[in-house]
Design a protein around this ligand. Sequence first.
Ligand code: ADE
Length: 263
Amino acid sequence: MEDLRSFGLITLFPDALAGMLDFSILKRAKEKNLVRYHLWNLRDFGTGRYRSTDDYPYGGGSGMILRPDPIFRATRVACASLAGMDPSPEGSVRLVYPSPQGAVFTQSVAWEWANDPRPVLFLCGHYEGIDERVLMAHPFEEWSIGDYVLTGGEIPALAMIDAVVRLIPGVLSDHQSVLTETFSAADEFDFPQYTRPPDYEGMAVPEVLLSGHHLRIQQYRSEKAREKRDRVRPDLRAISRKKSEMAIAPQEQQERINGNECH
Ligand code: ADE
């Protein structure tokens, strides 16, 4: 199917990832045939009798490094499979290496990937890193999910997959709300929400939300969201000024949806 999106992962922990990819929205997206997940166990491509995948760093230092040879073998097999041909043409698969040394993955990057039909292959590193020759030989994009160091690339890869999959049309029941949300997600906070009961042990829902006055409710919500954003994330104010740029991706999405409806 033309719109089926593929996400592949090369990992030493395929079982842990399989479990995470098999619940909630990620599972439903798969059941709706909108996405497919593929896992390759790096150990299957290991070297020698013990299928070794790591070794000591040249030049000394603590920890182990993932060897290049198992990664090259696994990448070749995974790319051929994801691209549907062997060897896969250069650039037909987006190669991603999650790493704290990468550029920071943001909502606008998630939109870019959601709009790119190419399969995405994640190479999940572990230990102290991977042999640099892998990054020299293949156009792996390095992406970080934030300025902290995790024990491996599995959790970052899942975070990126989750952020992208929910933007694919048809995955969430209300795609319009994703378009609206993403228009502002980079620079705005969500406003505070309330549900029943209207009064819980003396804590009352703000009067304006019960008023039925849509304009006042809207004003109240954006005021509260802005107040919190400026207190918690003053840095986002600058991004707010670039809002028109951020609006491009959702607009393109909307055009795609409109286009599909016409044919
Ligand atoms: N691997 C380890 N830490 C990471 C991070 N913060 N982002 C992406 N990959 C990582």
